[in-house]
Design a protein around this ligand. Structure first.
Ligand SMILES: Cc1cc2nc3c(=O)[nH]c(=O)nc-3n(C[C@H](O)[C@H](O)[C@H](O)COP(=O)(O)OP(=O)(O)OC[C@H]3O[C@@H](n4cnc5c(N)ncnc54)[C@H](O)[C@@H]3O)c2cc1C
Length: 397
């Protein structure tokens, strides 16, 4: 078993690390770089994006023909972790959610002839996108089969009615991927579509206030009252909505984990600086065994997550859906992120709890990790089902 990165991936990883250190961290350390929603301001982002593009560090997850780097999923794991060291990093390299997952999905399922219109502008960073699935009660959340938003075929178009919420980036996005119910069939009842923000028949009801910092465009509630989508903007076949969701979320959940690992490592980096400097009871904090145990435990959780991410990435590279492996990685990394940031705050004392440090930003952000793209309990359910169905084969390599 060879865990070494290829020389090309290692070179890219180092270049991203250097870019983040030299260009992104200085911007992040300036409070004026944050917008009203605690994310990088558009102005600061534009200048960093131009630099990243200039250095060939742009949308690396996409094929070279689309202006990307054609990375394998395992190579992405190494590179995204470096980007995730700063909360600004993934956006700077056009590898942030939800665009990143949406682009990988469109690259995979769109006919070539439609990619210039729907994918390329996102790949170029000219427009943003959103993935529209979750609904208010009693609609789809953890259970997509509860979906209430309907798309009804009328002539050559689909007419959409219903409500969605927590749609990341909806305010300001131009390209939307929508999942709606097209029949009552239990397995083939959902279908995926593309629509444009300028299409009439839908609107944003509100930007939902959340506890953490917000991605650009917030997390919005949407209402659909007669949006018409031409049949040509359907993704895959009628009834393939769950398949589209599975294709998107498989990779997108894992790229969340890759970025979160970078953030978890950063939390320990910040704590390390503090405990090496600060003294108590005659020694540096780093010299206390109790402190070492806290740091060692957080590091062990992170490394377990890294191995699970690499395994799932390797499976995805083999063409497997890696459902079980992605669920394992998502459960572990979401918990490891929260634990690492919590540990770092503890080790930095009152300063860690203050807004003088990035840790409190991370702490509020990290809480969503156990909810988004499937709650940890639902991923555990997936594992349990696999275990019950496949018995000893669940553990196969
Ligand atoms: C910051 C943020 C961004 C998001 N962005 C998007 C987006 O861009 N697009 C989008 O479509 N959605 C988005 N979501 C929604 C997200 O995907 C859902 O929150 C998630 O799927 C869970 O659905 P729910 O919130 O309706 O929880 P519910 O389904 O109401 O579940 C609530 C809780 O019940 C428990 N639970 C549920 N089912 C089971 C089970 N089978 N076994 C054990 N326990 C269970 C879990 O603890 C779960 O957290 C976002 C959410 C957040 C917080």
């Amino acid at each position: 078993m060879d865990f070494a990165l290829t020389p090309e991936t290692e070179d890219l990883r180092r270049r991203i690390r250097a870019f983040v250190s030299d260009h992104v961290l200085p911007v992040e350390s300036d409070p004026a770089s944050f917008d009203a929603h605690e994310m990088i301001s558009e102005k600061a982002l534009a200048s960093l994006r131009a630099k990243a593009k200039g250095e060939g560090l742009w949308a690396l997850q996409l094929p070279q023909a689309r202006g990307g780097g054609g990375l394998s999923v395992t190579a992405m794991a190494a590179c995204y972790e470096e980007m995730g060291r700063s909360p600004f990093g993934p956006l700077v390299f056009n590898s942030a959610a939800p665009d990143d997952g949406n682009m990988m999905l469109l690259e995979r399922v769109l006919p070539e002839g439609m990619k210039d219109r729907w994918l390329q502008p996102i790949a170029d960073g000219k427009v943003r996108s959103a993935f529209v699935m979750t609904e208010p009660m009693p609609g789809a959340g953890s259970d997509p089969s509860a979906m209430l938003t309907t798309a009804e075929k009328k002539g050559g178009a689909w007419v959409v009615n219903g409500r969605k919420w927590f749609i990341t980036g909806a305010e300001g996005a131009k390209h939307f991927i929508l999942i709606a119910r097209t029949s009552g069939d239990a397995r083939k009842g959902l279908t995926a579509f593309l629509y444009h923000a300028d299409d009439p028949g839908w609107h944003i009801v509100r930007r939902i206030p959340i506890m953490g910092p917000e991605e650009h465009g917030g997390h919005c509630e949407l209402a659909f009252d007669g949006l018409e989508i031409p049949d040509s903007q359907r993704l895959l076949g009628v009834g393939d909505g769950l398949k589209v969701t599975q294709i998107r979320l498989g990779a997108a959940r894992l790229t969340h984990c890759m970025r979160w690992l970078g953030m978890a490592k950063r939390a320990l980096e910040i704590a390390s600086e503090y405990v090496k400097e600060r003294e108590s009871f005659g020694v540096k904090l780093a010299g206390h065994e109790g402190v070492q145990w806290l740091m060692g435990e957080a590091a062990a959780n992170i490394q377990t997550g890294r191995l699970l991410v690499m395994h799932a990435a390797w499976k995805l590279d083999q063409g497997d859906f890696a459902r079980q492996e992605v669920s394992l990685a998502k459960i572990q990394v979401a918990a490891a992120l929260h634990h690492a940031v919590d540990t770092a705050i503890q080790l930095c004392g009152a300063k860690g709890y203050s807004k003088d440090m990035l840790l409190e930003w991370m702490y509020r952000y990290a809480r969503q990790a156990r909810l988004v793209d499937g709650a940890s309990e639902v991923h555990k359910m997936v594992l349990a089902r696999g275990l019950l169905d496949r018995g000893q084969d669940f553990w196969s390599w």
